[in-house]
Design a binder for this molecule. Sequence first.
Ligand code: PAF
Length: 329
Amino acid sequence: MTMFIRGSAMLAITAALQIAGTAASAQTEVKIGYALSPTSHYGVAAKKWQEVVEAETDGKFAFKHFPSSGLGGEREVIEGLQIGTVEATVVSSGTLSNFVAEAGVFDIPFMFRDLGHARRVLDGPIGDEILAKFDDVGLHALAWGEQGFRHITNNRNPIHTPADMAGMKLRTMENPVHLEAFTVLGAAPTPMAWPEVVSSLQQGVIDGQENPLSVIVSVKLDEVQKYLTLSGHVYSPAMLLVSKPFWEGLSDEDKAAFEKGATEAVIAMRGYVDDVEASGVETLRERGMEINALTPEEKAEFLKAVAPAYEEYYKTYDKALIDNIIATE
Ligand code: PAF
């Protein structure tokens, strides 16, 4: 009997060791969700992130990509990160301020002068301080990515002044800062999750939407939109986030690999944005869009019309912070 127990105990121990051995060599899956295609700036960033992590950890992590909103809208994906059903994402700032209110400060219209200005602020202490706040809400933010400056597309008419947008059913992200801006500009802003946007444009439920060239070109919005107005009304940051439960389970070496991967992913993403900012307008013109750029006088009219929204922003965000961002060289 003793011999029998010893024998079966030995068998059990051997089996347990075998399972433990398999688990030790098995890869850890990293589900990464994002709203756009694998060839978009999001896809390029996610692929670079994967490549660096794989190289740095000897293939310890297996990235599984869910592009084109395969895991739902951006808000759902971020909630998935919080509960630990999704490990990583590259997202716009669309719903970020619903998780960390301070993140919305970068969504204020006509605040950044150009991409260089935005990148310096996001890569500096102001950007870092906001990234750190995500740890309080079940997330870990690794880096600010980017989409570019947002422009307006629609099927109704070309836009030169705010009056041209009067009553226009314009889809906005689920973002209170953007909503406020388009409300004071006289449009009829309609917050909507991204997965519904293209079909809503097709069906005429909305007249237009606004997004950077990176999105307009990669999603081929020219197939469902006639007019493009280069308004550059707001800079559109993105963020590389991981789930906090996932992050806390990583060793220091693995964390360093994810950090390095995120840094390189942002470089790749910004490179994509630089390219599309240079070539996107021509591409969209060739695809048949009617395009106008706001003249300096027209832009000044938009700035004047949006001024009342700033009074609202000062109630949510410290005016000194906004002034500090604007003053950054
Ligand atoms: O407009 C949006 O919701 C975002 O810019 C998009 C297209 C989902 C990319 O994050």
